[in-house]
Design a protein around this ligand. Structure first.
Ligand SMILES: *Cc1c(COP(=O)(O)O)cnc(C)c1O
Length: 475
């Protein structure tokens, strides 16, 4: 008898599995379509298993399917989009959603924008209004620009602006700024997609004003300055200042465009972030149009924030691509609420990203000390908690060389490796994502809110009990 016919005979049909107790439970929790796909995957895996080892009886196979489906059910719950505690100390952690929102942004999001709202409606006239008007006006005021425009993200903003201002022409960029930001956002590719020709000038480490000057031709439309984000050239370097470039552009009737990436709304040099372009400065130094991200140093939601002269913003808005990349009502609500904190001067208290970046070593050390005492009081014999000095990272391509001094909680276990402890922490009801270094699991409270300290304590308190996926840390 060949393996296939054997498998056909003993493996229950998909319908049979769906009618079994475990199958029906799965249908109830995830719905028929997802359950059907999961059962099909299971039977494929069983068939593969059987062709390697054809001794199994039907009862054994049914038990295997049951077991697989139970873990499928757990995986569905585990893999859905969930809140996590970011204890890595990387403040703008792209894989963990960059910036957590301020309470005001959450309120605007949930209470105003989640319902019908005046996103494109003028309450004074009762007629159609400018989409996102109040957020865009605020953006212009905060950056000293004439106009603001909000789109889906900064990559979209860069693509849109280049398409609108330089299509069919040349854009001059320094060879030191032809970077890849991550996630395949590459400056030369973005230029190509926008229908512009890239005119590279200078060298990787040195580009002079005269290099730009010599490259200007009849075809030139703009000079582009790109913030190199997560990449730095150090040592024997030279670059033209934004001010000089803007002067050169204007003398030749060109547009000065800056992709500022992380883009700060307020100076952050006191936190070692003096290298990050402050958008207001870019505008006052002569940039005609600037794009930056809404969820990096601004600490809001994913958005591409565009500021510049009325004439250019109008041109960008009229481009057909704008409709494809415009922001949604939830985005406007969260951006506006976040910008209000900057406007009132309370961003360092309200906006979590800025609060975390500006947390002092002493403050973090005190919190870590208090939490360690509480964790030691739990008397989980096999786990030890200590404190060590370390550094937190800004993340999100900002402050690449900046190391923020911090105090870490270091966790070791009598039997478990650091990798196993970290896996168990990710398995808590609220997953805790930690850092591993030198066989220790490290928690950095810089990126943990004060409320979440209690969540961590509770997770550890419940250790001996089975949690979510049935994993345990031996106590
Ligand atoms: C991060 C970054 C982008 C992309 O921003 P998103 O908001 O992720 O689309 C573009 N340009 C620069 C210079 C950046 O640092």
């Amino acid at each position: 008898m060949d393996d296939t016919s054997f498998a056909m005979r003993v493996i229950p049909s998909v319908d049979e599995v769906l009618r079994s107790t475990v199958g029906m439970e799965l249908v109830k929790t995830v719905g028929r379509d997802q359950a059907l796909r999961a059962v099909r995957d299971c039977t494929v895996r069983i068939r593969e298993h059987l062709s390697a080892n054809s001794e199994a009886t039907r009862t054994e196979i049914v038990a295997m399917i049951d077991e697989m489906l139970l873990s499928v059910n757990e995986q569905f719950d585990r893999n859905r989009l969930r809140r996590v505690i970011n204890a890595t100390g990387v403040v703008i952690h792209t894989n963990l959603g960059r910036s957590p929102l301020s309470a005001a942004a959450v309120a605007a999001f949930c209470r105003e924008a989640s319902d019908y709202c005046n996103v494109e409606f003028d309450l004074n006239t009762g007629e159609r209004g400018r989409r996102g008007a109040s957020a865009e006006k605020l953006l212009a005021v905060l950056t000293g620009a004439e106009e603001g425009l909000i789109v889906n993200n900064c990559a979209a903003a860069a693509l849109l602006v280049l398409s609108a201002i330089a299509k069919g022409g040349e854009v001059i960029v320094s060879r030191g700024e032809l970077v890849e930001i991550g996630g395949d956002f590459r400056i030369p590719d973005v230029l190509e997609q926008s229908g512009c020709r890239l005119r590279e000038v200078g060298t990787t480490n040195r580009t002079k004003l005269s290099d730009y000057e010599r490259a200007i031709t009849e075809e030139t439309k703009a000079i582009l300055r790109v913030h190199p984000s997560n990449y730095r050239i150090t040592g024997f370097t030279e670059s033209a200042s934004l001010n000089e470039l803007a002067d050169l552009a204007h003398r030749n009737g060109l547009i000065m465009f800056e992709d500022a990436g992380s883009g700060a709304l307020t100076g952050l040099s006191m936190f070692g972030l003096g290298d990050e372009p402050v958008i207001k400065d870019s505008i006052s130094l002569g940039a005609d149009i600037v794009v930056f991200s809404g969820d990096k140093l601004c600490g809001g939601v994913q958005a591409g924030l565009i500021v510049g002269s009325s004439e250019l913003i109008e041109r960008v808005k009229r481009h057909p691509l704008y409709r494809a990349v415009r922001a949604d009502k939830l985005c406007y609500a969260a951006v506006e609420a976040t910008l209000m904190s900057f406007s009132r001067g309370t961003a360092f208290e309200d906006v979590p990203t800025l609060k975390m970046l500006s947390s002092s070593y002493e403050g973090i050390a005190k919190r870590a000390g208090d939490l360690v005492s509480k964790l030691n009081e739990l008397r989980i014999g096999s786990l030890s908690f200590e404190m060590i000095d370390g550094t937190s990272a800004v993340g999100g391509g900002a402050g690449t060389n900046v190391e923020l001094k911090t105090r870490l909680i270091s966790i070791t276990h009598k039997q478990l490796s650091a990798k196993e402890i970290a896996a168990a922490f990710r398995n808590f009801d609220v997953p805790i994502v930690a850092r591993i270094a030198e066989e220790k699991v490290l928690l950095d409270l810089r990126t943990v809110s004060e409320n979440d300290e209690m969540v961590i304590e509770n997770c550890l308190k419940n250790l001996s009990k089975t949690n979510g996926s049935g994993s345990k840390i031996p106590t």
